[in-house]
Ligand binder design. Structure first.
Ligand code: PLP
Length: 375
């Protein structure tokens, strides 16, 4: 018997494990109100100006987008003070990550390098592409040994991924460390592109001191990725972007599906870039909420890791079971993120919400801990 079948490496894949949805938990537990703090979405929702742009442009839905999204790439080039030729936009930064791997690394021949654990899209898309995967464990405190990461790369390495601030830990290395990684790679792995995923960088207490985009010229072997999914509040619209070396940006536009960024997403992104009031409120809400949440978790006896992102990684006090606690929180209408799929069965991640959501989460967690949540 023979029948069409997908490649074995695809059959063997563990698909990306997304955060549970509000509708799912409402139905499963018969709840009216559910709070989702599982996917690092914007606590204030979508930018009002972006919502207005989506409504205003709904009638354009019959049109194909303009090839190459020139209005959006021009706006982003202006925002970061880089040449427009370097700006790539895609259907979420996920699309850019996937394409970079497939554009640069050949099936069975080349490898990519990343940390373990890391944002799971990097290893998943590397496996889809059939390229080798080299992974370096994070240090025990979840900081990143970037010198050791550089040492993993060689002539066959085509992409090296780092996430700053990191997901799921929230750790953010000093900019100079990332710049040194780029210099070392240029010597020891000259064909490797260093992809610095800055999806959460704007939440850092001092973004200017951390991001590679404020350091003057980007090194020739570096790409920086950003997204509209977090601080711009447009996760559902799927818009990510990257500042790439010019030759790689050129390849990107040849390889990318021509209309992957849809008409309404582009309009929403352009409007969100104008909505400085919404962004200021978002950053204030997240930075304040992060402190409140961290204090609250520590007060409950949890171990909390320092975070420069819009989420916190934490571990329950001794004797409490993460899975039971996660399920208990679900029954109370609160969705957070267990980190089992990241290989961290005892750790959990909670996104920073509104003050009310943060308070509801801390109350529910306190009740769960009091009720036991033991193995
Ligand atoms: C959320 C996130 C992104 C953004 O992905 P999109 O596809 O733009 O929604 C990228 N990298 C990391 C590490 C993330 O956590």
């Amino acid at each position: 018997m023979s029948a069409p079948s997908v490649l074995e490496r695809i059959q063997a894949l563990d698909a990306y494990a997304p955060g549970l949805s509000i509708a799912e938990i409402r139905r499963r537990h018969g709840l009216e109100k559910v709070i989702k703090l599982a996917s690092n979405e914007n606590p204030l929702g979508a930018s009002p100006l972006a919502q207005e742009a989506i409504r205003r442009n709904a009638g354009l839905a019959f049109r194909y987008p303009q090839g190459g999204n020139p209005r959006l790439t021009a706006a982003l080039a202006g925002l970061h003070g880089v040449a427009q030729e370097r700006v790539a936009v895609g259907n979420g930064s996920d699309e850019i990550i996937d394409l970079l791997i497939r554009m640069l690394a050949a099936d069975g021949e080349h490898n990519i390098v990343c940390f373990e654990p890391c944002f799971s899209i990097y290893p998943i898309q590397a496996r889809v592409a059939g390229v080798g995967l080299r992974r370096l464990p994070l240090r025990a405190d979840f900081s990143q040994d970037l010198d050791a990461l550089a040492a993993l790369a060689d002539d066959a390495t085509r992409v090296v991924f780092v996430t700053t601030p990191d997901n799921p830990s929230g750790y953010c290395p000093p900019r100079e460390d990332v710049a040194r990684l780029a210099r070392r790679l240029a010597e020891t792995a000259p064909k490797a592109l260093l992809v610095v995923d800055e999806a959460y960088m704007d939440f850092a207490e001092d973004e200017a001191a951390r991001t590679l985009l404020h350091a003057g010229e980007l090194p020739d072997n570096v790409a920086v990725l950003r997204t509209f999914s977090k601080s711009f509040g447009l996760a559902g619209m799927r818009i990510g972007y990257g500042i790439l070396p010019p030759a790689i940006a050129d390849g990107f536009w040849r390889a990318r599906l021509p209309f992957s960024l849809n008409v309404l997403a582009e309009e929403a992104a352009l409007a969100a870039l104008e909505d400085s009031a919404f962004r200021a409120a978002t950053l204030e809400t997240v930075r304040t909420g992060r402190r409140t949440l961290a204090e609250g978790l520590r007060r409950l006896g949890c171990e909390v890791w320092p975070s420069e992102a819009n989420f916190l990684m934490f571990r329950l006090p001794e004797g409490h079971d993460a899975k039971a606690c996660f399920e208990g929180l679900l029954r109370r209408g609160i969705i957070i993120r267990p980190l089992r799929s990241y290989g961290l069965p005892e750790h959990m991640r909670v996104s920073v919400g509104t003050p009310e959501e943060n308070a509801a989460f801390l109350t529910a967690l306190e009740e769960e801990l009091a009720a036991g949540a033991r193995p």
